[in-house]
Design a protein around this ligand. Sequence first.
Ligand code: PTJ
Length: 249
Amino acid sequence: MRVSEDHPRYRSLVTRERMAEMVAGGVVSVTGLIAHGRGEAFDYLLGERTTPEAEGAEMAAAALLVLSERPIITVNGNAAALAVKELGELARISDAMLEVNLFHRSDERMEKVCAFVEAGTGEQVLGRIQDGILEGIASDRARCCRSGLMAADVVLIPLEDGDRAEAMVRVGKKIISIDLNPLSRTSQAATVAVVDELTRALPNISAWVEKLRKDPKEAGRVLTNFDNRKNLTSVLDRICHHLREPSSD
Ligand code: PTJ
């Protein structure tokens, strides 16, 4: 379908078309489209822009990455389809590994997503050989890489489901989530919950990593001053305010 550039929701329509193509190509799962729609709805409620709360969380996320010893970024079908370049850029800047981790897993789909991410980032990805198990989750979703997620101290999880996020926290990982739903179990369980759209959040985090890696002491201060619970409450207040007075901010 050709989308006219002067359509007020051009960007959203183009992204939807691309996501649908990615379903046809096997990178995005069919239910990934539903997850995308939920994200769009929350983004609408947030005014479709990076809020001050998201800015603060993005800075804290960067600080956590700068201070980590073995950071890893997990990638699923939606994240790959939406932001493969930005994920590669953040992995490079923060010396993080990339690991493909799928909710709807099959060997065939795993190969497709790994190949897609490698082609889009120019980086090698983990995921094809999953020799580790994340305790406390049923089924294939527990599978991960021993040298990747299992060995990481900080895990950045874009668009992750709540079970896995909670399981990572239980085994002592520090979690950075990127999820537009401030009420999701993922956002609630995270060490730093970035409530922002993925393609806006990733370049912002990368820019902060570039700044903070020159000043680890400042990174420490940023983390000490960040309060995830307070920040999420403030995001919810913002949504409520926006619902009552949509044109006020
Ligand atoms: O590729 P797979 O098989 O691993 O499946 C990936 C999905 C995303 C389908 C799977 O992990 C899933 O079902 O996730 P959930 O539990 O629906 O959570 C996805 C969260 O991401 C929801 O809270 C959405 O609001 C949020 N979200 C969707 N699109 C975006 C987003 N957050 C930030 N940016 C987006 N573009």
